[in-house]
Design a binder for this molecule. Structure first.
Ligand code: M6R
Length: 361
């Protein structure tokens, strides 16, 4: 049950230190700079030349993050919305590895993309939460995110575990491919991942998202901007927000703002700026362009980050590895969405018109 929590979503947000510990247990060795994914037969990676990630919704945002990790490691990677895959993938061969990312393992569009990949001779490794799901049964190989059951329709802990699993898988793939190599700072990243459960607890315990939410009700729209590795976090922040508050929310690459969306910005459109990771300063510049048009800027980043002075409100994340800062920023945004939805008296665990598992195309 929900225990002491008002909603499963809040319970699942709080549970993330535990679920993420399970995701990484036995899989990271910071001293050796090595990743172990025991259930993955490394032979599946023989001859891989490029990677396609396919997913829907929140899982698509995790896939974007995974693709960035692969690209940084020198692996050719593309991401597709699963519903677009058959028409947009172009030629694939047995050198293509397709990674369907799906919490439930039952999403119709993602299964369809998986079947398309198999028909086109690609090899497939699904990243899923559900052992025995259709995706796990049909893919050549599976890597499990070990987040445990998620009841809230809004994906929270499974997103966090998907991202971390994809970080690990990306480094495994990079280690096997001749033209790629794991990150030079892999040891530091793995050490930071071991610290994330503590950091998550800290964020959840100290977050000021609830008081912020009470000030931010009933605006015209809510925008979320990020760049590079924080872009998927901005997109996910907006998806979560619209899904459970029913307020209009959009996520943008921060560099895209002045190519159109800036026309929407007024004093009635708060802008959440993801000031995390190496691209934070450019996002601060873009946020200031919105601030000049009257928007309130809510920065999310470390205590001494580049956007603190510029922000009208600021949600802090621990000053850890830049990759991990993005995950912690996402948890702040989960809390903002939750508390906003709660104060608007929405049906948080079962938002209108949505289902946990979308089994029709
Ligand atoms: O089970 P899946 O990960 O394949 O589900 C994909 C989406 O339907 C899912 O992530 C959806 O976007 C979430 N409800 C968002 O919170």
């Amino acid at each position: 049950g929900k225990g002491a929590f008002d909603h499963y979503m809040l319970k699942e947000i709080h549970n993330q230190s535990t679920s993420l510990s399970k995701t990484i247990r036995g899989r990271v060795d910071p001293d050796e700079g090595k990743v172990a994914l025991d259930e993955l037969d490394p032979e599946i990676l023989d001859g891989v030349e490029n990677v396609h990630l396919v997913a829907c919704g929140t899982s698509y945002h995790a896939a974007l993050f995974g693709a960035r990790m692969l690209t940084d490691a020198g692996v050719r990677a593309r991401v597709f919305r699963a519903s677009e895959y058959a028409k947009m993938a172009g030629p694939t061969s047995d050198g293509t590895l397709v990674i369907p990312v799906t919490q439930s393992g039952e999403t119709a569009d993602t299964l369809s993309a998986l079947r398309t990949a198999t028909e086109r001779d690609a090899s497939t490794v699904t990243v899923t939460n559900v052992v025995g799901s259709t995706a796990a049964r049909e893919a050549d190989e599976s890597v499990f995110i070990r987040a445990g059951p998620e009841i809230g329709v809004a994906a929270t802990k499974t997103f966090t575990s998907q991202v971390v699993t994809l970080i690990l898988l990306s480094q495994k793939i990079a280690a096997e491919l001749p033209d790629a190599s794991p990150r030079e700072d892999l040891s530091e990243l793995l050490a930071a991942l071991e610290q994330i459960p503590n950091h998550i607890d800290h964020v959840v315990e100290t977050s000021r998202a609830e008081e912020l939410a009470s000030r931010l009700l009933e605006y015209d729209a809510y925008f979320f901007i990020g760049r590079g590795m924080s872009r998927p976090v901005a997109l996910e922040g907006a998806l979560k927000f619209k899904e459970i508050t029913y307020e209009h929310a959009e996520g943008f690459a921060s560099g895209q703002l002045k190519h159109g969306p800036l026309a929407l910005v007024t004093s009635q459109t708060p802008v959440f700026g993801l000031f995390t990771g190496e691209d934070a300063e450019k996002t601060v510049t873009n946020a200031k362009e919105a601030q000049t048009r009257g928007a309130e800027i809510i920065g999310v980043g470390p205590a001494d980050g580049p956007g603190v002075a510029e922000s009208d409100a600021y949600l802090e994340v621990p000053d850890t590895h830049p990759v991990c800062q993005n995950l912690l920023a996402n948890i702040q945004l989960q809390l903002v969405s939750y508390h906003t939805a709660k104060q608007l008296d929405r049906a948080i665990d079962k938002p209108r018109n949505l289902a946990k598992s979308v089994t029709v195309q």
